[in-house]
Design a protein around this ligand. Structure first.
Ligand SMILES: *Cc1c(COP(=O)(O)O)cnc(C)c1O
Length: 404
């Protein structure tokens, strides 16, 4: 993923060729990068030998999931839809964990019938519901309990999940009671203690705090959990400033803090596996001169990539074709949607752009397409996977005809 003679290439293929052939806006992922991320992840945690369950919500594309499965990953799902998709993509039930605060009876029945590895429950009520279904099905169901460790992940408030004011998990004060209840149940098989404190975490200190709470809980319950599921949340380098979570450091903390524990570690990474593998290629429709800045009006909008509007997230923008002319104007990259939050970035000193030029929005592999919508009745875009310089269409652009 680099420039060659001023053209940006994704795994050897020019972005402008992709745009011409498949039209824009266009999602494009590099399989090579995904593989590299998985390798790097596994290498960092090698001494722990974890089960890595890809968080499907980050990118639920069927063909991508199939690749994840082939590369040995399991899946972390948060709905029956994701569970069905993961199974359809060939991921084995014994590598699937089910998270979420509001699993319905319908979803639980399906998960129980499929014998997945773990249902990580997030409340006493959910435990009672699982027990009721298990009894009816005459089964002993493997469950985990998700702890709310009351740990601040120091990330965006919208994607922080481990504080006591968040809806997720069971607070420490109630957890012991729930554990005791499960231990005494004929129909429940307590297997796992799980946590997940949030997303896009860049500093390893929140993880260290979380691990200490986990250790305290293990000591208090005196229960030998077969699995400790530490969730996901590992942050990536959106700014290209070499700011990402240091996985090696995190791995060392796990070894240090959970040293006496013989439990199998589970991770549920989403963003860190696929985030930096994806680009959104977009064409400039118009350039409109504003008061102190120029509006670069793209054919991609907040319905295609929601993170900037939803979290104020900033994704790097780069030209598909480099030139040496720098502009003195400030550029505001916006989409065509009727909302003022439909903007991606405001940049100074960008190269001079003209109408019909192509740009790429970077690091959109996670929570890009999966958060997209049909707002303003805009069709969802095509998704491509580049596999060793071969282009694979892994999702066709929605047809207007079908939407209308
Ligand atoms: C969203 C989520 C993840 C994945 O988070 P990333 O930041 O993408 O790694 C993992 N586990 C649970 C329970 C989640 O809700």
């Amino acid at each position: 993923m680099t420039y060659k003679l001023n053209d940006f290439l994704i795994d050897g293929i020019k972005a402008k060729i992709l745009a011409k052939k498949y039209s824009t806006p266009l999602y494009c992922y590099s399989l090579k990068k995904i593989k590299e991320n998985i390798k790097n992840f596994q290498k960092s945690f090698k001494s722990i030998d974890p089960l890595v369950c890809f968080a499907v919500k980050a990118n639920p594309n069927k063909i991508i999931l199939r690749q994840m499965g082939k590369l040995g990953l399991g899946a972390d799902v948060v709905s029956i839809g994701e569970l069905m998709r993961a199974l359809k993509a060939g991921i084995k039930p014994n590598k699937i964990v089910f998270s979420g605060v509001g699993k319905t009876s319908h979803e639980l029945i399906y998960a129980i019938k499929k014998n997945i590895l773990l249902i990580n429950a997030e409340s006493k009520s959910e435990i009672l519901e699982i027990e009721r279904i298990a009894k009816k099905e005459k089964k002993k169901v493997k469950v985990g309990v998700r702890l709310n460790p009351n740990t601040d992940a120091k990330t965006l408030i919208q994607i922080s999940t481990g504080k006591k004011e968040n809806k997720f998990g069971i607070p420490e004060k109630d957890l012991l009671h729930v554990v005791k209840y499960i231990k005494n149940s004929k129909y429940l098989d307590l297997k796992c203690l799980s946590v997940h404190i949030g997303s896009q975490i860049l500093d390893h200190t929140p993880y260290e705090k979380m691990l200490k709470v986990v250790r305290r809980i293990i000591n208090k319950t005196k229960f030998k959990f077969e699995y400790i599921d530490l969730g996901g949340g590992m942050g990536i380098d959106y700014e290209n400033k070499n700011r990402r979570l240091n996985l090696n450091k995190y791995s060392k903390s796990i070894k240090k803090i959970l040293i006496k524990n013989k439990s199998k570690i589970i991770f549920e990474p989403g963003r860190s596996i696929i985030g930096n593998s994806g680009f959104l290629i977009s064409k400039i429709i118009y350039i409109k001169e504003g008061h102190k800045k120029d509006f670069i009006i793209l054919d991609a909008a907040m319905n295609d990539l929601m993170r900037p509007a939803l979290y104020n997230a900033n994704h790097r923008i780069i030209p598909a074709n480099k030139n040496k002319k720098k502009t003195k104007r400030t550029y505001e990259f916006v989409g065509p949607i009727c909302e003022s939050t439909d903007k991606f970035s405001t940049l100074k000193g960008f190269q001079k752009l003209k109408e019909k030029d192509l740009i790429l929005i970077c690091d959109v592999g996670a929570y890009g397409m999966s958060l997209s919508s049909n707002y303003n009745l805009r069709p969802k875009s095509t998704e491509l996977l580049i596999n060793k310089s071969k282009i694979q269409v892994i999702n066709k652009r929605q047809r207007l005809k079908d939407l209308i």
